[in-house]
Ligand binder design. Structure first.
Ligand code: NAD
Length: 479
């Protein structure tokens, strides 16, 4: 049960939040509950004027927030953590409805909001001093101004707070633009924040892709923190280049997992399956290609299949379900394309069926494709759904090359009993976050970012704070 509530917040009405106030719009849209196909509540679409007003309010709020001592900023951030705790049940229900994810996982995402903010409040802004006979050099960091945070639909809450927490801690103002597919928790989180932060410091504008593009073009926005697809990331960078905004791009990936021959098959196979199918595969760092040593290929795949067959898929409210639906119809059709292609090419379905059963929601049973060729779509592209290929390997250099043979480099995993050996392989994988003996579990304590086309820069962790600041170096010469 959530702790007692200090505010009365309506969890069935949604507003943009501009300059500390709720604002509606002539234009509205709504999300669809992907588990039932039902329309959810109306949400306002922000106009260009709404965006301009938000940027102006952010600009007005910025100097005082920048000059607020960091200890005070931390105090307010922790007050917000307390508020989220009070409304965690309501936020969890909202997240289930907009995303379709099972309640236990939605609850973990909501709890993660507090964890993200609390971790950031344990950090301080780094400084560096250099001194010689002639001078002292102080390397300090100052906030950028008004930042824009553009968020996708797979983790609408955690990916919003992952931008808000470092931005506010470092003294920036921020405007969040949620995905039009999952606007609800992002809008409500920022509404809750108004109880804590001065007007204009944290705002939210709901809308479609065009609004995201306007945010990137706005001359008074200093930085865009973007999480989404590679194709959109390129557009964000192009639009942001017009005013040379700072950009952090957290994009897609095609993560490889390498299974070394000495693993405990019974223990590791289910874990690898979880890495592939967590959140129905709709995770930027889900395992998307599995390379199993040939000496254990058959047995390991069999254990993966056995575990996959036990996974229940369905409505968020049934506690037995491990996976929910695909979040939206566009993505559902895209994932179905990988099934159709694999069926047409005659690939072997080790678990799951080539034909997806019709249902009211966008449900897909988790599916494993046994040893498709290297140039197959399922190996070469990111499906972002519960379908994963396995291939055998025999030579470590060759499999490392195969894992790295992609334009992406977001995450990767290596599994092996000999941890040192596994860690050695991990260091050869071209990816921003490599996990040894775990599936991909990004955490606020570690900087998160991609190599190659998986992104530019990174956020979270100590280093991630720098993404929201300019270096401001003061050279003081001794008289
Ligand atoms: P998307 O790129 O379609 O949309 C992401 C956001 O960008 C949405 O809010 C959208 O409205 C906005 N947008 C769309 N066009 C825009 C434009 N021209 N200018 C500015 N903003 C625009 O991505 P999606 O389908 O919502 O998310 C799925 C993708 O995100 C996958 O590829 C996944 O791998 C990736 N992802 C990456 C990370 C990461 O941290 N690296 C995390 C989650 C998801």
């Amino acid at each position: 049960m959530s702790p007692s509530k200090t505010l009365s917040i309506d969890f069935e009405k949604f507003y943009n939040i501009i300059d500390g106030k709720q604002r509606g719009s002539d234009k509205i849209h709504h999300g669809i509950n992907p588990a039932t196909g039902q329309e959810l509540w109306d949400v306002p679409i922000a106009s260009e004027q709404d965006l301009n007003d938000a940027v102006a309010a952010g600009k007005k709020a910025f100097p005082a927030w920048r000059d607020t001592p960091i200890e005070k900023r931390k105090e307010l951030l922790m007050k917000f953590v307390d508020l989220v705790g009070q409304y965690s049940d309501e936020l969890t229900t909202l997240l289930c409805k907009e995303s379709g994810k099972p309640r236990k996982f939605a609850a973990i995402e909501v709890a993660g909001v507090g964890g993200f903010v609390a971790y950031h409040c344990s950090l301080d802004i780094p400084t560096e001093t250099y001194e010689d006979d002639e001078k002292t050099i102080y390397t300090e960091y100052t906030p950028l101004g008004v930042c824009g945070g553009i968020v996708p639909w797979n983790f609408p809450l955690i990916l919003s707070v992952g931008k808000v927490a470092p931005a506010l801690l470092t003294g920036n103002a921020i405007i969040i633009k949620p995905s039009p597919f999952t606007p609800y928790t992002g809008l409500k989180m920022v509404e809750l924040m108004q109880e804590v932060f001065p007007a204009g410091v944290v705002q939210v504008v709901g809308g479609n892709n065009e609004l995201g593009a306007q945010l990137c073009l706005h001359p008074d926005v200093a930085k865009i923190s973007f999480t989404g697809s590679i194709a959109t990331g390129k557009k964000v960078m192009e639009a942001s280049a017009k005013t040379l905004k700072r950009v952090t791009l957290e994009l897609g990936g095609n993560d490889a997992s390498i299974i070394l021959p000495d693993v405990d098959i019974k223990k590791v196979a289910p874990e690898v399956v979880m890495g592939a199918f967590q959140n129905s595969g709709q995770v930027c760092v889900a395992t998307k290609r599995i390379y199993i040593h040939e000496s254990i290929y058959k047995d390991f795949l069999q254990e993966m299949v056995n575990f996959t067959k036990t996974i229940k898929v369905g409505n968020p409210d049934d506690g037995d379900n491990l996976l929910g639906p695909i979040q939206n119809s566009m993505q559902y059709e895209k994932v179905k394309g990988f099934f159709a292609d694999s069926k047409a090419k005659g690939y072997k379905f080790a678990a799951g069926e080539p034909d997806i059963a019709a249902s009211k929601g966008f449900f897909i049973q988790p599916t494993i494709i046994d040893n498709p060729p290297n140039d197959s779509r399922i190996i070469a592209e990111e499906p972002f759904g519960p379908i994963v290929p396995t291939q055998p390997w025999s030579d470590i250099d060759e499999v490392v090359a195969r894992a790295n043979n992609t334009n992406t480099g977001l995450g990767a995993c290596v599994w092996g009993k000999d941890v040192e050996k596994a860690a050695k392989v991990a260091r050869r994988l071209e990816a921003g976050s490599v996990f040894v003996n775990s599936w991909e579990k990004p955490t606020p304590q570690a900087t998160f970012g991609g190599h190659k086309e998986s992104g530019i820069g990174g956020e979270w962790g100590k280093t991630g704070l720098l993404a929201f600041m300019n270096a401001h170096v003061i050279h003081v010469y001794k008289s």
